[in-house]
Unconditional design. Structure first.
Length: 81
């Protein structure tokens, strides 16, 4: 059973890894642009503005973590998906 599980996992191709990193960087730029547009507001006086700011911060943080993970060597991918 363990052999079968191993066969479903493959090393990530370098081109695939670089394409993912490029895509994440582009997404980070887009989210950061949106985030910067609301951080220039001097006061976040509504719940919507506050929630939007928090959402952007969480999204930027997650994208940064994902990029950091993809910069590691020896990434394996589940090929069943």
């Amino acid at each position: 059973r363990e052999d079968m599980a191993r066969s479903l996992v493959r090393p990530m191709d370098e081109d695939e890894r670089l394409a993912l990193i490029d895509g994440l960087k582009a997404k980070w730029e887009h989210v950061n642009t949106d985030y910067q547009s609301i951080t220039h507001l001097t006061k976040l006086d509504t719940t919507g503005k506050i929630k939007r700011k928090e959402k952007y911060e969480a999204e930027l943080s997650q994208i940064e973590k994902d990029i950091e993970r993809l910069n590691r060597k020896g990434i394996c991918v589940d090929s069943t998906m």
